[in-house]
Design a binder for this molecule. Structure first.
Ligand code: DAH
Length: 340
């Protein structure tokens, strides 16, 4: 029996807790009315006389150590609660929740897609990893075209050179025409990749928005009117000019300039003193491209255009270095908080 009490003493000494319920449980178990101590005290009368003295001493030891354990843990728990307070330290300064901002590229992309969806364009997307057909061949890009060169294109598969990171969103035109019947009005925003040196003006990853309109009797007039509507909505300026240009997938092709004006010093700088700024490429979809996508060029015609989102964002927000879009510096991103 004495060994049993000693085992309890050992257990009491080892016991620890930091919560009040467990401590109360412990107190009842040892010191309660029907607790371990009282059970041993009740046994006292049955203990042979010669052992009574040692029994009494040991059981007293158990009592004292259980009582002091309860006192010790009680004050430890109390001081911890005092430290924290029930709700933590109420005098600590609040932790501000930083509200994020949309990325300027997303802001401009959303504005462009809204402007076009207001006149009936839907939004379509295509894969960033493309094949030669959708990025080049179907778009009438002949094999000797410089855009196919290793220097401009990131090829994923080089033997044969078939799988690549798309160099423009025009590849989505092809996919869309392959899978949909005219009339087609679609706008395709997305990321594009070119093997170019990174500088303040150009990057190897950037964004474009492609537009495509195919129907019966679509003419260059429709293209021009759509662009005037677009520039008015986006920049609040509708004076544009179409300069003859060349793209393999459009015939005729044009480069679109917007009259930015020459009011400020910045206007002089960004327009190189001319007042005009180039904002996109466009043209009438080449009959060969329609044929490649199983659309009859005798029945249908259409226009297409493509623009770089970074370039437009740089104009709208007066950003001087394209690399800022990709650095994710919060001091830069924060500035777009109030923009929609
Ligand atoms: N794909 C051209 C580029 O990346 C942009 C472009 C020009 C797209 C004319 C078009 C277009 O749809 O008609 O530079």
């Amino acid at each position: 029996m004495i060994d049993k009490i000693k085992a309890y003493i050992y257990e009491v000494e080892r016991f620890t807790t930091d919560n009040t319920e467990d401590l109360e449980q412990f107190r009842i178990q040892y010191l309660g009315k029907k607790g371990i101590l009282n059970t041993f005290f009740a046994e006292f009368k049955n203990v042979p006389n010669e052992q009574k003295k040692e029994f009494g001493k040991t059981i007293n030891e158990l009592k004292v150590s259980a009582q002091s354990k309860v006192e010790q843990l009680k004050s430890e728990i109390a001081s911890k609660i005092e430290d924290k307070g029930l709700y933590g330290d109420l005098s600590r300064p609040g932790e501000p929740l930083e509200i994020g901002a949309r990325h300027p590229i997303s802001l401009v992309k959303n504005r462009i897609t809204t402007i076009f969806s207001n006149i009936g364009f839907n939004v379509s997307e295509g894969p960033e990893i493309e094949d030669d057909w959708h990025n080049f061949s179907a778009l009438n890009l002949p094999e000797y075209h410089p855009a196919r060169d290793m220097q401009d294109t990131f090829f994923i598969q080089t033997d044969p050179k078939d799988i690549l990171l798309r160099t423009h969103t025009s590849s989505v035109q092809v996919r869309y025409m392959e899978n949909n019947e005219p009339p087609i009005r679609t706008i395709s925003p997305g990321r594009v990749f070119r093997n170019e040196d990174i500088s303040a003006r150009s990057h190897c990853i950037f964004h474009q928005v492609e537009g495509l309109y195919i129907d019966k009797n679509v003419s260059f007039k429709d293209l021009k009117q759509t662009l005037i509507y677009f520039t008015q909505e986006l920049f609040g300026k509708s004076k544009i000019r179409l300069r003859p240009s060349y793209f393999p997938f459009t015939e005729p092709s044009a480069e679109v300039d917007i009259y930015w004006g020459l009011e400020t010093e910045t206007d002089y700088r960004i327009t190189k003193g001319t007042g005009w700024l180039e904002i996109m490429g466009c043209g009438m979809v080449d009959p060969n491209v329609l044929k490649n996508c199983d659309i009859d060029p005798k029945e249908y015609s259409g226009f297409a255009f493509g623009m770089g989102i970074e370039r437009i964002a740089m104009l709208l927000y007066q950003i001087g270095d394209i690399r800022m879009f990709y650095e994710n510096d919060v001091r830069f991103l924060k500035q777009f908080k109030s923009s929609l």
